[in-house]
Design a binder for this molecule. Structure first.
Ligand code: PGA
Length: 230
């Protein structure tokens, strides 16, 4: 399986010009760029190699849902992947597993591949491997209830996002465990402070099928080095 590299720009950059510039400098084969939704269309227009993803998706296709964007609207803009259940949305916007499950299903119905994010807090991590596995199993069970296949999973320990990456061997061990719980064709990515300095140590781990990159995806030099390494 080819490794997958996802760029999660989060709430960046500030302007459309910057977004187009960043997209053209990180437009690589095997890459999925996830800009803010208002830049999707223009980013799509500059892409020749990379695929387009969104950072979220709503669970209904139309109706009285102020501020939301539907799977079919995203599809119409050329979106092929949607990040679902990112820990920042779970914590800042109170997204719960039940809603995340609906989003995963709605994306699949529209032939958009959900990139489901799961991962434990520092508190759970500190309780040891069994606690981490129990938490992840529960989260996956709820988020993927009624879903057999067709998703990508990103294991993102919350405490490793925007701080310091998890130990690659530990990440690979948790990812191997996650794979035991899922359909065998489900790619499982690692996310959390991946950068050009630590990517080599992660690439060595065969269990890891790719990476979800936040901060480093905003710097073409960083991101292109990461892409080169994998
Ligand atoms: P980070 O973000 O690479 O900046 O840690 C990853 C993510 O939140 O998806």
């Amino acid at each position: 399986m080819e490794k997958i590299l996802v760029a999660n720009w989060k709430l960046n950059p500030e302007t459309l010009e910057e977004a187009k510039d960043l997209a053209s400098k990180t437009d690589l084969e095997g890459v999925i760029l996830c800009p803010p939704v208002l830049f999707l269309e223009e980013v799509k227009s500059v892409l020749k190699r990379a695929k387009l993803g969104s950072q979220d998706v709503f669970f209904e296709d139309e109706g009285p849902f102020t501020g939301e964007i539907s799977p079919s609207q995203l599809k119409g803009l050329g979106v092929e992947y949607s990040i679902v259940g990112h820990s920042e949305r779970r914590s800042h916007l109170n997204e719960a597993d039940e809603m995340i499950n609906k989003k995963v299903k709605a994306a699949l119905d529209e032939n958009i591949t959900p990139i489901l994010c799961v991962g434990e807090s520092k508190e759970i991590h500190d309780q040891g491997e069994d606690a981490v596995r129990e938490f992840i199993k529960d989260q996956l069970g709820k988020d993927l209830s009624g879903v057999e296949e067709g998703v990508v999973v990103a294991y993102e320990p919350i405490w490793a996002i925007g701080t310091k990456a998890e130990d690659p061997q530990e990440a690979a061990s948790t990812i191997s465990y996650i794979k035991e719980l899922l359909d065998k064709n489900t790619p499982v990515l690692y996310g959390g402070s991946v950068n050009k300095e630590n990517i080599e140590s992660f690439v060595k781990e065969d269990a890891i099928d790719g990476f979800l990159v936040g901060g480093a995806s905003l710097d073409p030099d960083q991101f292109n080095s990461i892409a080169q390494s994998i």
